[in-house]
Design a protein around this ligand. Structure first.
Ligand SMILES: C[S@@+](CC[C@H](N)C(=O)[O-])C[C@H]1O[C@@H](n2cnc3c(N)ncnc32)[C@H](O)[C@@H]1O
Length: 277
């Protein structure tokens, strides 16, 4: 019979990082992912065979590059527990930079109107609504599957967000916003990393030969959908800040600037639509 500490060590010898082994073990035990202190306090407890079998299966899934969040079915984002699965991209901690930036841009705007384009699990839209209950938050995705995940998260978290199915701003004809926020697909279609991603939806990642097709569309459309001084804030690839700044500048945006992610990489770029154009 394997103990808690032996099971975690076994997964690590197969190549799983310690933290991932602990999270998968907690999941097999039916415990919360942050309950790592429990594992320490119970390191010599024997695991029953059903828990061992679940842990072994999930360790193999992880070794087969499936994201931990798809295996456990949940991910923490901006203090919210989101349910996620293979229909949506696993929300990344770096995307919290975009949420923080949006909140600071909207700090002086009462009851701001905001849209999250390409909402996936609903991460950005729900984080904004949670932090600014007075905001009117819309979210768009081209994937009906993603919208099912996002609206279920909104319902479970009791955060009212207005979801729309369609391509970027097309479903919001005639609407204008104080901020348009998006983490769109931005990987070049021939990027070698895409081939390694077997579990994530490709439509959430790839965007033309230079990875900028969707960002070009959003920048072009946003000009018609921002109030004067409204912000367009975009997450993008590690080497795309200069290109995105140029796109925004050419479209007529002002105050164009970039923000670093947790690793210090310029990962978000945005600008303001001017008062007089
Ligand atoms: C990189 S994922 C971001 C998901 C989520 N916002 C997050 O940060 O975790 C991009 C999302 O854009 C959506 N998407 C792709 N093309 C789209 C389009 N033309 N219009 C709207 N959404 C689109 C995908 O379905 C996917 O959910």
């Amino acid at each position: 019979m394997q103990t808690v500490v032996q099971a975690a060590a076994w997964a690590q010898t197969l190549g799983l990082p310690r933290l991932e082994a602990q999270v998968l073990l907690l999941h097999a035990l039916g415990r919360a992912p942050h309950d790592r202190a429990w594992l320490l306090a119970h390191s010599d407890d024997a695991l029953d065979t059903a828990v061992q079998a679940t842990f072994a299966t999930n360790t193999q899934r992880r070794l087969n590059t499936e994201p931990v969040a798809y295996i456990t079915g949940q991910k923490e984002f901006f203090g919210l527990t989101l349910h996620v699965d293979h229909r949506v991209l696993d929300p990344r901690a770096d995307t919290e930079t975009l949420v923080e930036w949006a909140l600071s841009c909207l700090a002086d705007t009462p009851s701001p109107e905001v849209v999250d384009l390409g909402t996936g699990s609903g991460a950005i839209a729900l984080a904004l609504k949670h932090s600014r209950p007075d905001a009117q938050v819309c979210a768009v995705d081209a994937s009906a599957d993603a919208l099912s995940v996002a609206s279920a998260n909104a319902k479970r978290l009791a955060l009212p967000v207005d979801f729309h199915h369609g391509s970027w701003l097309a479903p919001l004809n005639g609407c204008t916003f104080d901020a348009i926020v998006s983490n769109p697909p931005y990987v070049a279609s021939d990027d070698a990393h895409l081939a390694a991603l077997k579990h994530e939806p490709l439509s959430a990642l790839a965007s033309g030969v230079d990875g900028l097709d969707d960002i070009r569309t959003i920048v072009r459309q946003a000009a018609q959908h921002l109030k004067p001084n409204g912000w367009l804030l975009l997450e993008h690839g590690y080497d795309q800040s200069h290109a995105v700044q140029t796109l925004l500048g050419n479209q007529g945006f002002v105050n164009v600037q970039s923000r670093p992610d947790l690793a210090g990489i310029l990962r978000c770029t945005g600008g303001q639509w001017p008062t007089v154009k």
